[in-house]
Design a binder for this molecule. Sequence first.
Ligand code: CMP
Length: 147
Amino acid sequence: LPEKTLAMIKPDAVQSNYTSMIRQIIVSEGFHILEEKLAHLDDVAAKSFYKEHAERSFFPSLIRFMTSGPVYAMILEREGAIKKWRTLMGPTDSNKARVQAPDSIRAKFGIDGEKNSVHGSDSTEAAIREIATFFRDFQESNMDSSR
Ligand code: CMP
């Protein structure tokens, strides 16, 4: 069944000009990119996007990082998109990824546990919320996977 997820290329990878290489990997792995845009999160948007991590010690640093430069957001669609994209990204910590999943995107393009090159929604609910964060015109009806 086709499913949608929100993929985001983070400021570290956009800054390093990895956007087109990461985008190519995504397409070659069978994802359809339904919408895409360059965006710059402000403090309010970044805090809202990562609100589930608000109490974590790394939160202030994460918000500084995520607002430090542009991000590249994409709506991805394919069968099992949420899980497939998370597998393709690899473990959160890029250094762990280089050991555990050397072919993953975070292994290839990430720097460390924070500057890890990409983000992906972790659930259907998160995908709906995160897609709406970047693509306000992308209606709920367009997100119905039964289509
Ligand atoms: P992401 O998958 O986007 O979700 C939350 C983000 O917080 C994560 O990627 C990292 O960028 C960051 N993060 C998670 N854990 C840590 C950590 N222990 N130290 C610093 N940053 C972290």
